[in-house]
Write a protein that binds this ligand. Structure first.
Ligand code: SF4
Length: 278
């Protein structure tokens, strides 16, 4: 549910992604909190992702993690976590075991907010490393599928995370970067890095303001009984758990599909699975 803070709507990148993908889906999900069936496999990915985030946070805080990882040698989840940590310490030792340097700021689960119009934009960086010149945002992903860089560039998480840092700090956009690290069952951790610049910063600011203005209109209309707009029939509807509610199974295009089949499609095509909040 959207939460309010001193009369402001609090919005995350997840809200903006959903709003961009389909305003009606945003309405069903956040305003009406319609329950969606939970897929056990997705739940498993989410739990594993959350455990990994917690582990990385503890590592960053200097807390011992080995005793936890060695607790049960037969536990598949612990084995996966240990494999990821070991592999990561080899490919990115500078992140896991940094040189002690008083000039560098490091914080996991770093939280920032920015007011834009009547909304409070919130971001949480899995890890922020900054010095007197540059700031690097890191994000850990444990989805089973590696997304395409172009898709990730368009994702609100990438744009918003760098935008908020530029707006709430002294760092110039060109000195901000964001790196995703992907941890997958069988492969070595892989990273995708994004640089930032002033042009992109202005573009993101414009797009964010336009989207929030639309949201304000849609919310006003919704209060007067008008639902949020639907998108045109597309593959997105094919993967949507609300297809039946939107009457998107009726015309034959989805004739053979049930809502359950749509949900299965949706999950298997997910590029980014959100972790359970810590
Ligand atoms: S079925 Fe299509 S229009 Fe309806 S909520 Fe889902 S994506 Fe939006």
């Amino acid at each position: 549910m959207l939460s309010t803070s001193t009369q402001l709507f609090r919005l995350s990148q997840g809200h903006l992604n959903l709003l961009t993908a389909c305003p009606r889906k945003f309405q069903y999900t956040y305003l009406e909190q319609l329950a969606t069936p939970t897929d056990p496999q997705q739940e498993e990915y989410q739990t594993l992702g959350s455990s990994f985030h917690l582990l990385m946070q503890q590592q960053e805080m200097g807390l011992p993690i080995n005793s936890f990882l060695e607790r049960d040698k037969e536990d598949e989840k612990l084995k996966t976590l240990k494999t990821w940590m070991t592999a990561f310490s080899k490919v990115a030792p500078e992140i896991l075991t940094p040189e002690i340097n008083n000039q560098t700021f490091r914080e996991s689960e770093h939280y920032r907010t920015l007011q834009v119009q009547d909304y409070l934009i919130t971001v949480i960086y899995d890890l922020l490393i900054a010095d007197h010149e540059k700031a690097q945002i890191y994000d850990w992903k444990t989805n089973p599928k590696l997304p395409k860089k172009d898709d990730l560039a368009k994702n609100w998480q990438t744009r918003l995370y760098m935008y908020v840092l530029a707006e709430t700090s002294e760092y110039l956009p060109k000195n901000i970067s964001m790196t995703y690290w992907f941890f997958q069952a069988k492969d070595q951790p892989k990273n995708i890095e994004f640089k930032y610049d002033t042009q992109e910063h202005e573009q993101t600011g414009n797009q964010l303001n336009q989207l929030l203005k639309k949201l304000t209109n849609w919310l006003e209309n919704y209060e007067n009984g008008e639902p949020f707009p639907q998108i045109g029939e597309s593959q997105t509807c094919d993967y949507c758990q609300f297809a039946k509610r939107c009457d998107r199974f009726a015309d034959g295009r989805y004739g053979s599909k049930t809502p359950e089949a749509a949900l299965t499609n949706y999950i298997s095509n997910l590029d980014i699975i959100e972790e359970v909040s810590l």
